[in-house]
Ligand binder design. Structure first.
Ligand code: MRU
Length: 416
């Protein structure tokens, strides 16, 4: 099972190669799509073959690098239909339009917009294609490397914060957490944001568990600590990132988990034998006052957590901060096509074995089934906006932000 959403061979600046894991085929098929142009980048982002705010920004940026590489190859004719390559000023002006086109692929996640603004600055400051390519290559490598290392920092910050908080409440039992959508390795360059916190919590819990197992049972080692021993990922209708992707990552890492339907959150919390102490969710855009756009269903999860006194944490890197927009009212929420709600895409399963059915070429048979009448009109927003009032903490690579006595976040440090 592969958890690498993006394959980027960066060993030779003159000959980089980029491929993206087709997440529409998961969890049964692992196939990668090559990215040679900005059109390829636009398509995989728009179709959600790659998704998740940080991964979208990385793939978008890599598609610009791939296209710039093609531009340097005089024999490549496809780019010449867009570009007059006779001088760099003309290339620059077409590239600017291409960046605007790419930005249009998915509007809500701010990471792509933030990355493309940086690329535009590089473009402005470059006076040859070669210098643009070199600076862009350095920018993208840094973006990927920072994303991975910041995810690990965020994961540890979030885990440490929750465990400290539980300790201050003298809570020292096993507990569970909730999460929605996919915020893991598949949505980032690795480890994940909210799922990164869950990975760090599990690392801590499994260290405690193995210490307990290895010690004399009569003298059970007591670190006095609470430990996260279970995860409830929400299925995340209508696109099922929770069941297709998060459950896949949890199975991959052997983290104990029970997948639950979105509609069961309240009943799950009310009847769970293991106490549910926190929800960790990702973010597509966090605006100045802390209001957060994330996968549709996040807002209702936050409301339910409030009702039950469960801590609700947003986890995101600085690249997800929108330092221009004041409140959630200013966020444009992407609406997806009706078909993505009226049809369920999946793999044909053998009813007796539960295994995927294979077609003639030996590959799992993929298809779509309708689950709504053809003529019905539907509303299919991809995200919602959770007001900061419902958020207990924002976990970032530089620390966990909480609200002041008036209930306001001060995120000024995160605005660059
Ligand atoms: O529509 P998607 O799958 O791109 O939505 C993804 C999410 O909402 C994630 O929670 C968010 O991008 C954070 S990913 C680290």
């Amino acid at each position: 099972m592969s958890l690498e959403a993006i394959l980027f061979d960066r060993s030779d600046l003159q000959n980089v190669s980029v491929k993206v894991l087709d997440q529409l085929l998961l969890p049964y098929t692992t196939a990668y799509v090559p990215i040679n142009t900005i059109d390829d980048g636009y398509r995989v982002i728009k179709l959600m073959q790659v998704r998740g705010a940080p991964a979208i920004a990385i793939v978008g940026s890599l598609s610009v690098l791939s296209e710039a590489q093609l531009l340097g190859n005089e024999n490549f004719t496809q780019t010449q239909t867009f570009y007059d390559t006779s001088d760099f000023d003309r290339i620059r002006s077409t590239l600017k339009q291409r960046l605007a086109f790419l930005l249009d692929s998915r509007p809500t996640a701010v990471n792509l917009s933030n990355a493309l603004s940086e690329i535009e600055k590089i473009l402005k400051n470059s006076d040859t294609l070669e210098s643009f390519r070199r600076q862009l290559y350095e920018f993208v490598c840094q973006l990927i490397d920072d994303d991975l290392s910041n995810n690990v920092k965020m994961g540890n910050n979030g885990a440490e914060f929750l465990l400290k908080q539980l300790k201050s409440e003298s809570f020292d039992q096993d507990f569970a957490v909730l999460t929605i959508c996919n915020t893991g390795s598949l949505a980032t360059s690795g480890y994940g944001t909210a799922l990164g916190v869950i990975r760090s919590l599990w690392k801590d819990a499994s260290a405690q568990l193995s210490q307990e197992q290895n010690s004399d049972k009569k003298r059970k080692v007591d670190r006095g600590g609470a430990k996260m021993t279970h995860v409830f990922p929400l299925e995340t209708r209508p696109y099922n990132q929770g069941s297709r992707l998060t459950a896949y990552e949890l199975v991959h890492d052997n983290i104990p988990a029970t997948l639950i339907p979105d509609s069961s959150i309240t009943y799950r919390i009310a009847t769970s034998d293991i106490p549910i102490k926190a929800a960790f969710v990702g973010a597509d855009r966090i605006v100045r006052n802390g209001d957060t756009a994330n996968k549709i269903g996040t807002y209702q999860l936050a409301l339910i957590c409030k009702q039950f006194g469960i801590k609700f944490f947003v986890t995101a890197p600085k690249t997800t901060i929108d330092s221009v927009t004041e409140t959630g009212a200013g966020i444009v929420v992407e609406e997806r096509k009706a078909d993505e709600f009226k049809h369920v895409a999946g793999t044909v399963i053998d009813g007796a074995t539960g295994e995927p059915q294979l077609s003639g070429d030996g590959k799992p048979m993929a298809g779509k089934v309708g689950v709504a009448p053809v003529g019905v009109s539907v509303w299919n927003p991809a995200f919602d906006v959770t007001p900061h009032e419902l958020i207990d903490g924002i976990v970032t690579e530089v620390g966990v932000y909480t609200k002041d006595a008036e209930g306001n976040f001060d995120l000024t440090d995160l605005f660059e």
